[in-house]
Design a protein around this ligand. Structure first.
Ligand SMILES: Cc1ncc(COP(=O)(O)O)c(C=O)c1O
Length: 405
């Protein structure tokens, strides 16, 4: 079990992880190893290959190769786990462990704020397989969670902060309750990345959409599943192989390349996001900023206790008087923010969250329309100027603009 803080700083680790054993003729980076067939020297070796399917051992393309393993080692290292499985997308990293740990008749607990397609998977395929899901208030405390546990609850799923409304979960308290009831704790750690160490807070299986900041350039979809015990590794690895989970080595290579510079990008984007969020918080059109790292924002105390930093994705609740149409016109007017899903790339994005807030545990009312912003690598002053002109568009489209003057 890896519960020791790693010796080196994250900058050093991102520079050195995943390189050992992959040097080829002195080149710094591992090459792209493409392949389906892997040749062995004799039949006996082939017969023995099946004994190694849970290891980083080249048997057949779908089991991974050197480029996959290099990336897997980097991700396991930065999350403080022992093993990592790379899968085809962040969504596959969500669904694969859910399928691995749940079977017909089981019960799963998911936060009401969960990433939409995870909710869709629970309400669709999982339900079809006879797995029941209860959506709970993400800000629930240990006692509240204990009241929701059933004898058949096998998975407590966490996503902290929620990727549209940024509720920060009390992971250690919730994990303690789940373990006391014999449930596994699966967490989507995409927002925290290396700023939240899942295994030091009671998580058993950590999920990441590498698509976001690890890749960092909006050009690859990839997911990772990290475990910290042999038992969990075997469950996750077996399910991934059974489902034929595979990622292109070219994509793994791009993610490895992204990982080398991730901390620098993160630091810059995080700082810019705080500057932008702080500016927005001071605007009369804004009711509340949902950035856990901003003092006074919801969840800030838990974030300060459990995280060492953050990323550049946050939400803004606008005053209740603004219509969805006015919010749409404001977003449409932005010149430097693209309108699009995903996040973690070099470019800024804006998206109305209303379309993604689909709640059943009574946690969907923020008292006004919510917009999600992703701050990229542009200069924060330019972004703020763009936001300022967009707020002018919002006001000119609002029936209630006079109340704000
Ligand atoms: C929190 C979270 N988890 C998982 C995913 C899925 O990642 P991918 O787009 O790589 O499938 C996303 C994508 O937006 C996400 O926001």
């Amino acid at each position: 079990m890896n519960d020791q803080p790693t010796k080196h700083d994250i900058y050093t680790r991102l520079s050195h992880a995943g390189r050992a054993g992959t040097h080829v003729h002195g080149f710094v980076n591992p090459p792209v190893h493409r392949g389906s067939t892997v040749l062995v020297e004799n039949v006996a070796m082939r017969a023995d290959a099946g004994n190694h399917r849970l290891e980083q051992y080249m048997i057949y393309g779908v089991c991974g190769g050197p480029t996959h393993y290099a990336l897997e080692n980097v991700v396991a290292e930065i999350e403080g786990g022992t093993r990592c499985q790379i899968v085809s997308s962040g969504l596959a990293a969500v669904t694969t462990p859910l399928l691995a740990y749940l079977k017909t008749g089981d019960h799963c607990l998911m936060p009401d704020s969960v990433y939409g397609p995870a909710r869709g998977f629970a309400n669709g395929m999982m339900k079809g397989f006879g797995i029941e899901t209860t959506f709970y208030d993400p800000c629930i405390d240990g006692a509240g969670l204990a009241a929701l546990m059933q004898p058949n609850t096998k998975v407590l799923y966490l996503e902290s902060p929620g990727s549209h409304t940024f509720e920060v979960q009390d992971v250690p308290a919730l994990a303690t309750v789940a373990h006391a009831h014999g449930a596994k704790v699966l967490m989507d750690n995409t927002w925290g990345i290396y700023h939240f160490q899942p295994f030091q807070h009671g998580v058993d299986v950590s999920i990441q959409a590498l698509t976001k900041y690890v890749v960092g350039h909006s050009d690859v979809l990839l997911g990772s599943i990290v475990t910290n015990s042999d038992e969990d590794w075997e469950i996750v690895r077996t399910a991934s192989l059974a489902l034929g989970q595979y990622a292109s080595p070219d994509d793994c290579w791009l993610a490895l390349r992204g990982a080398r510079t991730m901390a620098v990008r993160m630091e810059r984007q995080f700082a810019s996001s705080i500057e932008v969020a702080r500016w927005l918080a001071g605007r009369p059109e804004v009711k509340q900023v949902l950035h856990p790292a901003l003092p006074g924002a919801p969840g800030h105390e838990v974030w300060a206790r459990d995280f060492t930093g953050g990323c550049s994705l946050f939400g803004v609740v606008f005053q209740p008087g603004f219509s969805n149409e006015a919010i749409g016109a404001m977003i449409n007017s932005l010149e430097l923010f693209g309108i699009g899903a995903s996040w973690g790339g070099f470019e800024s994005l804006a998206l109305p969250s209303n379309i993604s807030i689909n709640r059943t545990a009574g946690t969907g009312d923020f008292g006004g329309p919510v917009v999600r912003y992703h701050v990229g690598l542009e200069a924060p002053g330019d972004l703020i100027a763009d936001l300022e002109q967009s707020l002018g568009v919002l006001r000119s489209n609002s029936l209630e603009k006079t109340q704000l003057d």
